[in-house]
Design a protein. Structure first.
Length: 276
């Protein structure tokens, strides 16, 4: 039996739980939060429709569920508000991480630990240093979502299907992120060759305009609806499938870097073996 513990029953945690249930990534998912009433309500809401779609069992969990989990997903923390950067959340969320990791350490779990809370790069690094349980690895969702946003933006810009586009955003899941234009392929062509074939003047400024749209998309969504949850939940689901279903994938996830004292995203192979 495969099991996931999702820590944090807010918009990202509950939406991720729902996405994981729909794709039947695990046999059981334990949703954990200090707000027991919220957890009970979210679990009931998800479970009352799952019989139509999934065999996954969702339950209101406790940290004890981490003990036999294959994957622990940390989504708890304050979310961004309009005008806030992800780094503005650091002081608030690092204290939350300290409390969570203390609880995880007591379980002696051997799970993978996926950090999603923002600022995900810094928090992933700190979690990796605080954790003493014999986990299989600690990493962050990093720029997986940004890479998906890049593909979506390029598809809209050029009128192509997303399945015909690939590419990665690397570095920080935030304002200093970088589009790796060398990794971008549109219908099998580099962006320069594609634009040349279409008669588009693909200058450095043109590429920077696209990169800025990708970078700012999170705040664009927050300005409209107050939060982001579906995109990141889908990214969590894809990463989880790679780990637990061995759907080997190249994803821009964040690994801790001692030299930089943060976690840095670049394309890694994600599989049942972990992140390489």
């Amino acid at each position: 039996m495969t099991k996931i513990s999702v820590i944090g029953a807010g918009f990202v945690g509950s939406t991720s739980t729902y996405a994981l249930m729909l794709k039947e990534v695990a046999d059981e998912i334990a949703l954990i939060d200090i707000n027991s009433e919220l957890v009970a309500a979210e679990v009931a809401d998800i479970n009352q429709g799952f019989s139509f779609l999934s065999k996954t069992h969702i339950k209101a969990g406790t940290y004890a569920d981490c003990t036999d989990s294959d994957l622990i997903i940390i989504t708890a923390g304050s979310g961004r508000k309009v005008g806030e950067s992800r780094l503005d959340l650091l002081n608030k969320n690092i204290k939350i991480m300290e409390g969570i990791v203390t609880q995880i350490n007591q379980t002696n779990t051997k799970a993978f630990v996926l950090v999603v809370s923002n600022p995900v790069d810094v928090l992933t690094y700190h979690v990796s240093k605080m954790i003493t349980a014999p986990v299989k690895g600690v990493f962050g969702s990093g720029c997986a979502l940004d890479s998906s946003r890049l593909i979506s933006v390029l598809a809209d810009r050029f009128g192509e299907k997303t399945e015909n586009i690939s590419g990665y955003v690397i570095g920080e899941h935030g304002d200093s992120q970088i589009v790796d234009w060398n990794s971008v392929k549109i219908c099998g062509k580099s962006i320069e060759d594609y634009c040349a074939a279409k008669g588009i003047n693909c200058t450095a400024d043109y590429e920077q305009e696209i990169a800025d749209v990708v970078k700012n998309y999170g705040m664009t969504i927050i300005s409209g609806k107050g939060r982001t949850n579906y995109g990141i939940a889908t990214s969590v689901c894809v990463i989880s499938q790679a780990l637990l279903k061995n759907r080997v994938s190249e994803l821009s996830v964040a690994l801790p870097d001692d030299a930089l004292q943060t976690a840095v995203s670049k394309p890694h192979t994600v599989s049942a073996k972990g992140v390489n």
